[in-house]
Design a protein around this ligand. Structure first.
Ligand code: SF4
Length: 457
């Protein structure tokens, strides 16, 4: 039996490849393989497809350091729900003709598995499903990932997939496969499922998770809904996986996808990094999800420096102490000041540390957002702004529904953080642009100040 894994297009106002790997989809691929299926992949987000330049009317976006970069894109029509938003809308990934070619090269599978992440990218998922359906009519599709888990009603009603996985986990996949009439898979064996990265063309940068869950429950975050239990993998297993990518694939960059990488680091991350030091490291590490400043210890900061963490990212979200408390109390300004001190003492430059702040939070005024940016800048760290968007099922989402700010069945395209804060004019797009410009200018000034000699200052 053959399964074709499909990593779909993204449709959005903006998208960037910050170590965006089809992690869940490739894990599902490993599970299928263990059950005796042969698996193949069509990756519509493959920025390294060798034929891309021939299919693009503009030069291919440059690759940026450490395996990040811009996706090629084409303008597409906006979904009706956001038609009035005055920003262009794009489909990111392989141009349609190249995507068609890649699908056409594949043998007809018995099953298609489509993986998803952001809920508001669903127009890209649907376009991918439609195209795959043209090539392989009658082949059943299983839709998995975050979108159907967070928006099950929408995904069931609108996607057209035969099976929509709303729970996650191998048991649900096994039931879906049996339900489609394939031989029922054997019961799960062990807990360790690593992604089938052998299917990716470009393995220079890969994503790894050392565990699931988070000990906090922030009011805007879906992690407590999706992974209510904190579970850590064995440090030895994680270190062997990471070293294996380096040795087998020549991987140079690893992005940790954990929600709580630093939690109990003495028993977890420190041990992983210690084992990697013994194996010779030779990698760079990235933390796109943002680290908990409160959990950072001096020892962990030293190990992070020694093992090659680059531009460590810390999550502050807001510098307003009331707001920090109200949203879950995961971090305080004192925690951030302390963590920056530890990272600096370990050898990181302050401006190299990136601090995430959220803008457009419910009830947040523009002045508050500006104050937060200036606060982080005053500590010498760089700012990265993430616009707030409501995630279904989170306490903040439910409150917005209760208060009549959003309908319960808000179209998922409005869960897009590029446009949600601008909804009803509360945080206009120009204001967000202005905040981004302010953060960019202050970040650049940090670099300039760093390059000045003491006499210049
Ligand atoms: S600490 Fe981070 S991962 Fe955990 S609930 Fe809060 S935002 Fe989510």
């Amino acid at each position: 039996m053959k399964a074709l894994l499909v990593n779909p297009w993204i449709c959005d106002f903006a998208a960037y490849d910050l170590w965006l790997k089809p992690y869940g989809l490739l894990r599902a691929g490993t599970v299928l393989r263990d059950w005796g299926w042969s698996i193949d992949l069509v990756d519509f987000l493959d920025r390294r497809d060798p034929e891309l330049p021939a299919y693009l009317s503009r030069p291919l976006p440059r690759n940026e350091p450490f395996g990040r970069g811009k996706f090629p894109k084409v303008p597409v029509e906006k979904p009706k729900a956001v038609a009035a938003v005055e920003r262009p809308y794009f489909r990111y990934g392989l141009p349609r003709e190249l995507a068609r070619k890649r699908l056409g090269e594949k043998a007809r599978p018995d099953l298609i598995l489509l993986g998803t992440t952001m809920t508001y990218w669903y127009p890209g998922y649907f376009q991918t499903l439609k195209l795959a359906g043209e090539f392989f009519p009658g082949v059943p599709v299983i839709l998995g990932g975050l979108y159907p888990r967070l928006c099950p009603v929408h995904a069931r009603a609108r996607s057209g997939a035969e099976i929509v996985l709303t729970g996650g986990g191998r048991g649900e996949l096994a039931a879906a496969i049996a339900g489609l009439g394939f031989p029922p898979p054997p019961p799960p064996d062990g807990d360790e499922v690593v992604p089938a990265y052998d299917l990716l063309r470009d393995r220079s940068a890969l994503a790894v998770r050392t565990g699931l869950g988070c000990p906090h429950a922030c009011s805007y975050c879906a992690a407590p809904l999706l992974e209510p239990e904190l579970r850590r993998r064995k440090p030895e297993t994680v270190a062997a996986e990471v070293a294996g990518y380096r040795d087998r694939y020549g991987t140079t960059d690893i992005a940790f996808y954990d929600n709580a990488l630093l939690f109990d680091s003495g028993n977890h991350l420190d041990r992983i990094l210690g084992l990697l030091i013994r194996s010779g490291v030779g990698l760079r590490f990235h933390t796109p999800n943002g680290l908990h400043a409160r959990f950072l210890t001096a020892r962990t900061a030293e190990l992070m420096k020694e093992t090659g963490f680059v531009e460590p990212r810390l999550s502050l979200e807001s510098a307003g102490e009331d707001r920090q408390e109200r949203t879950g109390g995961k971090v305080s300004n004192r925690d951030l000041v302390r963590a920056l001190g530890l990272l600096e003492a370990a050898g990181f430059q302050r401006r190299e540390v990136i601090v995430y702040l959220m803008i457009g939070l419910p009830g947040q005024a523009l002045k508050e957002a500006e104050r937060d940016i200036r606060f982080v800048n005053s500590l010498g760290a760089s700012v990265s702004l993430a616009a707030y968007s409501p995630i279904p099922g989170t306490p903040d989402y439910l409150r917005l529904v209760r208060e009549g700010e959003i309908p319960e069945d808000l179209d998922p395209v409005w869960q897009n953080n590029t446009v949600f804060p601008a909804r009803r004019g509360l945080f206009p797009l120009e204001a967000i642009r202005g905040l981004r410009e302010l953060a960019g200018r202050l970040n650049r000034e940090l670099v300039k100040t760093d390059r000045m000699t003491p006499a210049d200052r």
